[in-house]
Design a protein around this ligand. Structure first.
Ligand SMILES: *[C@@H]1O[C@H](CO)[C@@H](O)[C@H](O)[C@H]1NC(C)=O
Ligand SMILES: *[C@@H]1O[C@H](CO)[C@@H](O)[C@H](O)[C@H]1NC(C)=O
Ligand SMILES: *[C@@H]1O[C@H](CO)[C@@H](O)[C@H](O)[C@H]1NC(C)=O
Ligand SMILES: *[C@@H]1O[C@H](CO)[C@@H](O)[C@H](O)[C@H]1NC(C)=O
Ligand SMILES: *[C@@H]1O[C@H](CO)[C@@H](O)[C@H](O)[C@H]1NC(C)=O
Ligand SMILES: *[C@@H]1O[C@H](CO)[C@@H](O)[C@H](O)[C@H]1NC(C)=O
Ligand SMILES: *[C@@H]1O[C@H](CO)[C@@H](O)[C@H](O)[C@H]1NC(C)=O
Ligand SMILES: *[C@@H]1O[C@H](CO)[C@@H](O)[C@H](O)[C@H]1NC(C)=O
Length: 904
């Protein structure tokens, strides 16, 4: 504040220097340059005397102080053009000081004396007070005191103001605009609202504006609704009660008329005015709130509106008029020149016949039908009760006598043509057919698309809007609860606002709105969306879905979610705030390549899991008020991909966690802090309660987490060691199997492995496994008995192994190519490593490749004490065939027979 003041002093001194003058600023007025010159702005400083203003000053604003008199001629320069003394404590305008002042500042162009205590009384206003103000263009005397006194000679006071263009005065039944006003050729703008008491204007008779025929704008609205806090709004006393026919018709240049908030005027007063409008140049009519909130519902009749057809009305504001029913086709009488129409806060029951016949409104671009039927909600605020209920009832009775008789047959015809005739629907269907769409019902597939002929769609909402309507606002109108197949009869719609309704379910499709750029569906508590709801809205640039329940919509869990925004290739702004979204499907925004603003604030996200690299124009991502403790590494990486561009992200009001788990996130945050909106306000409720801001937390964590990091490293090392030991143990225990598989794999790699047990594939009937010490036994006895006598093919390693090959390979091959394996168990065998290797390998082969067919034969050539026999061999002995070699030579024959049998 002080700084601003100093700057102003500086500025002022600078300007003052230029003017070589001093602006008196002891009262801390601010001097600034405005269009018309220098302004001394002293408004709202509690001044009770005037500062002195230097010569260059053109505008003086001393409004809202405690001044109780006019400034003296010494205080103000003659150059003064604009003087604003509104909101002070002036009580008289006829003092010596004021007379002197007004003959001195004769360059004055505007004078504002509103909100003082000057009575509107001939005693107080001397005839000659404004005598010298021939340049005055604007005079505001409103919000002063209305008295009982008749003020018939107001024209005498005002008519010296030959340049007057704008005049504002409290409209009182005691004042009138006499002949003197006829001389004010430039008086174009009149405002009659302001103070209000029982002397406020009650009736405007037909001759009231006789001397004001140059008026272009007239504001006779009532003060009552303008400031509820300062007014006693339980009364409608401030309202105009009557306005006679013929009064307005005198104003043949009238372009703008405001009769709003005259709660007692009713539609009777309104229709008195409309009857006069064809005699004016009316372009804009404000006729809002002509009834009391608590008043009865009324019917809008064709008679009320009919005269409009003969005007060039461009804007009609007709809000809050308690209309619940309208005569069929009433809107037919609105003129084709109409551009803006608002019908807010009425009580209209949806009635297609009412909206018929609006196709003629080819210039209409803006339509506001918000706040329908709000009276049904009991409201304890801003209710205005009317004085005389029966007056309204009588008015309605009077008007209703014309009901029915006035209906123009042409209106009916046109209405029937457009709305009632079932052929209308057929017409759309015909049109579709011309477009080459097949109308074969059997081919209608669900869900519906916009190319489905609408005659087959159930529940079609045909929206009959005039052809050039661009903006439709239907806020807070209790629409719902499902937005089904909706077809606009015109494709020129650019913005559609449907917030604060009850669309719990958005199904669509929304058709023929291909130019729609702005769609607001916020505050609908919507918890169900179809994947194709937005499919046809290809031009949408801004989509507002705030304050719904999309977080609980099924589609979020569905793979169709990738279709939801898939056609919004032009979308620049998407708002999904306050939707209770806990997670985002990764593909949800995959086609939003033009997006600039993405608002996901006030949800329940805990991380960021969406790739935003393709959003090349994204400048702002709002994640404030979510549940983010810290972002995961992938979350940070996704966001990092956008940091190269002009991009900002808001993470404020998230419960950011500051501990060693989130340390990398905190560091990341600090490093990129200029990219984070409101970074200074981010805080984390840390263990130490007085560290809350992120940079301090970072310093704290740096110390705390370095030990933590080494602890983690240690722990990881320990885990690795443990795992290594575990692996070694496992490998050791499985070493035979592993070796076996290793060789099998090797075989397979080099020769192609034949794992199927196929009799013909064995090269040998038996592989003889023995220790070198027993070689003689093998070559002499075994070979003779089995190979020569029983003509079996044997594999004997010193004969059949391929020289040059790895011995282990040879063993595996031998085992693998032999139907049986015979182990000659002796003390030497048990000591030989290779023999034991053969035992293990053969056993593994037996288990792994031979489907449990016995292939192992143990021949105990020597007596071996049981405790010396290795476990593996004991296991085989239990599972497989074993034969003891007899000590007796006689028994040898039996033994050989036995062995030969087991091989065959
Ligand atoms: C004072 O009156 C002038 C001219 O009528 C106007 O521009 C200005 O906004 C007014 N100031 C206040 C505070 O109303
Ligand atoms: C309404 O009146 C109150 C009290 O007089 C004032 O503070 C407020 O600014 C006024 N509001 C408007 C919109 O004029
Ligand atoms: C408001 O107006 C009513 C009716 O004229 C009157 O009885 C009441 O005293 C007024 N209230 C205030 C606070 O002026
Ligand atoms: C409408 O005008 C007629 C005649 O000009 C008058 O008698 C009647 O009171 C007016 N109605 C309203 C509500 O102003
Ligand atoms: C519609 O608007 C255009 C352009 O503003 C204007 O030239 C035309 O006269 C208007 N049509 C009617 C019927 O007023
Ligand atoms: C389309 O529907 C119309 C009316 O039901 C029918 O007369 C016509 O034969 C249909 N055309 C085709 C191609 O099915
Ligand atoms: C779609 O919009 C176009 C252009 O406004 C209009 O001519 C057409 O009749 C509309 N289609 C339907 C089926 O209403
Ligand atoms: C936090 O509080 C402790 C004791 O209350 C104090 O010693 C320490 O300096 C404070 N730290 C900060 C950053 O204010």
């Amino acid at each position: 504040m002080l700084l601003i003041w100093m700057i102003n002093i500086f500025y002022f001194n600078f300007i003052a220097g230029q003017n070589s003058q001093q602006c008196t600023t002891e009262k801390r007025c601010q001097c600034k340059k405005v269009e018309s010159g220098l302004l001394a702005d002293c408004s709202g400083l509690n001044l009770n005397s005037y500062p002195t203003f230097f010569d260059g000053i053109v505008t003086i604003d001393v409004s809202y102080n405690k001044l109780n008199d006019f400034p003296s001629t010494l205080d103000v320069p003659t150059t003064l053009k604009h003087l604003n003394i509104s909101g002070n404590l002036l009580e008289r305008i006829d003092t010596v000081k004021s007379r002197k002042l007004f003959s001195y500042i004769n360059n004055l162009e505007s004078l504002n004396l509103s909100s003082n205590f000057i009575p509107l009384d001939p005693q107080v206003y001397p005839k000659d007070i404004f005598m010298k103000l021939s340049k005055l263009k604007s005079l505001d005397l409103t919000r002063n005191i209305l008295t009982q006194c008749e003020f018939r000679n107001l024209d005498n006071v005002i008519n010296p103001l030959v340049s007057l263009e704008f005049f504002a005065i409290d409209g009182s039944q005691k004042i009138s605009f006499g002949f003197g006003f006829q001389t004010l050729k430039f008086l174009k703008h009149l405002r009659l609202y302001g103070s209000c008491n029982e002397n406020r204007l009650l009736t405007i008779k037909e001759d009231y504006f006789d001397n004001l025929s140059n008026l272009k704008t007239l504001d006779i609205s009532s003060e009552i609704e303008r400031n509820f806090t300062s007014m006693n709004w339980t009364t409608s006393l401030c309202s105009l009660f009557y306005i006679y026919r013929g009064a307005i018709s005198k104003l043949s240049h009238l372009i703008y008329l405001d009769i709003s908030y005259n709660r007692e005027l009713g539609l009777c007063g309104f229709s008195n005015i409309t009857q006069d409008l064809p005699f004016t140049q009316i372009r804009i009519l404000r006729a809002n709130y002509l009834h009391c909130n608590a008043g009865p519902s009324v019917t809008l009749l064709c008679e009320d509106i009919k005269p409009f057809i003969n005007t060039s009305l461009e804007e009609l504001y007709f809000d809050g008029n308690n209309i619940d029913f309208a005569q069929t086709g009433v809107l037919y009488y609105l003129p084709a020149s109409l551009k803006r129409l608002t019908l807010k806060s009425n009580r209209w029951i949806q009635n297609r016949y009412t909206y018929c016949n609006t196709f003629g409104l080819t210039n209409l671009t803006f339509l506001d039908i918000s706040d329908m039927n709000q009276h049904q909600i009991s409201s304890d605020e801003q209710y205005v009760s009317c004085q005389d209920f029966f007056r309204i009832i009588n008015c309605e009775k009077l008007r209703s006598s014309s009901f029915g008789t006035s209906l123009n047959p042409r209106v009916w015809e046109a209405c029937i043509e457009q709305c009632l005739n079932p052929r209308t629907v057929e017409n759309f269907y015909q049109q579709k057919k011309q477009d080459g769409v097949n109308n074969d019902t059997t081919n209608i597939s669900y869900p519906l698309t916009c190319s489905t002929p609408i005659s087959f769609a159930t529940n079609v909402n045909m929206i009959f809007v005039p052809r050039n309507v661009e903006h439709i606002v239907m806020n807070n109108s209790r629409l719902g609860h499902t937005l089904t197949y909706t077809y606009f009869a015109s494709s020129n719609l650019k913005s559609l606002i449907l917030s604060h309704n009850q669309f719990y379910s958005l199904i669509g499709p929304i058709c023929n709105a291909t130019k729609l750029k702005y769609l607001d569906l916020s505050n609908n508590r919507c918890s169900h969306l179809s994947a194709y709801i937005f499919r046809e809205l290809i031009a949408v640039e801004k989509l507002i879905l705030d304050n719904n329940l999309i977080g609980s919509a099924q589609i979020l869990k569905d793979k169709n979610i990738r279709d939801l925004f898939s056609m919004q290739l032009k979308l620049k702004e998407l708002s999904l705030a306050s939707n209770g979204i806990k997670f985002l499907p990764t593909e949800i925004f995959r086609n939003l390549k033009k997006i600039r603003h993405l608002n996901l604030s006030k949800n329940q996200l805990t991380d960021w899991n969406i790739n935003i690299e393709h959003m090349r124009h994204l400048t702002y991502l709002d994640l404030s008020e979510n549940q983010i403790l810290f972002l995961s590494d992938t979350g940070m990486a996704f966001i990092d991909s956008s940091f190269s561009k002009k991009f900002a992200i808001d993470l404020s009001l998230n419960p950011i966690q500051c501990n060693c788990d989130s340390y990398s996130f905190i560091m990341w945050l600090i490093k990129r802090q200029e990219k984070f909106k409101k970074f200074k306000h981010y805080n984390c409720p840390l263990i130490k309660p007085n560290i809350t801001d992120i940079p301090t937390a970072n310093i704290y964590l740096k110390k705390k987490c370095s030990s933590y990091v080494s602890l983690i490293v240690l722990a990881i090392n320990l885990i690795i060691c443990f795992l290594a030991v575990l692996v070694i143990v496992i490998v050791y225990r499985r070493r035979w199997k592993l070796r076996y598989w290793y060789y099998i794999a090797k075989r397979q790699y080099f020769r192609g492995y034949n794992g199927v047990a196929d009799e013909n594939r064995y090269r040998f009937d038996a592989f003889i496994s023995y220790a070198d010490e027993d070689r003689l036994f093998v070559t002499k006895s075994v070979k003779t008995k089995l190979e020569e006598e029983a003509s079996l093919r044997l594999c004997i390693h010193h004969r059949d192994f391929i020289p040059g090959c790895d011995i282990a390979d040879n063993i595996i091959n031998a085992i693998h190519q032999s139907r049986k394996v015979i182990f000659i168990i002796t003390e030497a065998f048990l000591k030989s490593e290779w023999c034991m290797y053969e035992v293990h390998m053969a056993h593994t082969e037996n288990v792994m490749s031979r489907q449990g067919i016995n292939m192992l034969i143990l021949v105990f050539k020597e007596e071996i004490p049981q405790k010396r026999i290795p476990q593996k061999i004991m296991q085989i002995v239990q599972e497989e065939v074993y034969i003891d070699f007899p000590d007796d030579i006689e028994d040898e024959e039996i033994f050989w027979n036995h062995l030969t049998d087991s091989l065959l």
